[in-house]
Design a binder for this molecule. Structure first.
Ligand SMILES: Nc1ncnc2c1ncn2[C@@H]1O[C@H](COP(=O)(O)OP(=O)(O)O)[C@@H](O)[C@H]1O
Ligand SMILES: [Mg+2]
Length: 244
């Protein structure tokens, strides 16, 4: 379980990027935080990963306080960014081996590596190809393979599907479903309502650092998410059908 408690970030003592955020991502659950550019999505994820320090409040992975025990917490957290950082001159297999080691795995056989690369849908011919020849979709798959290899309890993803084509995006969401099946707590940001709707067990609507609304699976099925989101994000009210 991943949890934030009044998690707050103020940049330069003036910019309220994340305002007293309280949310819980249970194991086996995909939580999607939906928000426009500048809503505070990346800031939230950066605090959960200890890339930046909260101004106040805290976050937990299981019962470990993330800002207080960064090294211990890090072992239980995997990260997939919008642009997965890889070694361009390494092959897919070499990248995976490198990051597995970095993540604390001692002995990883080529068979283990290849099984994971296969699992994320990379074609076998790509295992030994340099990553600089990969498309964005292939790099994102490798990013997920790295996260899977780490076998962390929580997986955090910052706009992982932005820039993927529809097929690539759909395939990627299926990989997240696999991780959910394994009981991981998955926290993903996006500004894409349709992807959010498709994959989320819970959606949080973040507007200017405030969690304005949280929707469960049932809410998502019942509500008109587009209209709701626009209302929160832009203060936009759709025109009445029969108004004079
Ligand atoms: N390093 C920083 N210094 C100052 N302000 C920042 C910094 N990073 C982000 N911000 C500001 O914090 C707010 C939230 O940004 P961010 O978390 O990147 O939003 P999102 O990922 O939802 O687009 C924005 O107003 C942004 O300009
Ligand atoms: Mg961002």
């Amino acid at each position: 379980m991943l949890q934030t408690r009044d998690l707050t970030k103020v940049y330069n003592e003036t910019v309220m990027a994340v305002n007293a955020l309280n949310l819980t991502v249970n194991d086996g659950e995909i939580y999607v935080v939906l928000g426009a550019n500048g809503a505070g999505k990346s800031t939230t994820i950066s605090m959960l990963l200890n890339f930046i320090e909260p101004t106040s409040g805290t976050a937990l992975i299981g019962d470990i306080e993330i800002p207080k025990f960064p090294l211990e917490a890090k072992r239980h957290l995997a990260y997939v960014s919008e642009n997965v950082e890889l070694y361009r001159n390494f092959t897919a297999r070499q990248n995976l081996a490198f990051f597995a080691k970095l993540g604390g795995r001692k002995k990883v056989s080529n068979a283990d590596l290849d099984a994971t690369l296969g699992r994320v849908g990379l074609p076998e011919a790509a295992f030994t190809r340099r990553v600089k020849t990969f498309s964005k979709g292939m790099r994102q798959r490798l990013g997920i393979a790295i996260a899977m290899m780490k076998n962390a309890q929580a997986v955090l993803l910052d706009e992982p599907t932005s820039g993927l084509d529809p097929k690539g995006g759909a395939d990627f969401l299926n990989l997240l479903r696999d991780l959910r099946e394994e009981g991981k707590a998955i926290f993903m940001s996006t500004h894409d309502i349709f992807r959010a709707k498709e994959i989320a067990d819970k959606i949080g609507i973040l507007v200017a650092g405030n969690l304005e609304r949280e929707l469960t699976r049932e809410d998502i099925a019942q509500e008109n998410l587009e209209a709701l989101y626009l209302r929160y994000v832009a203060g936009y009210e759709p025109a009445e059908e029969d108004s004079e």
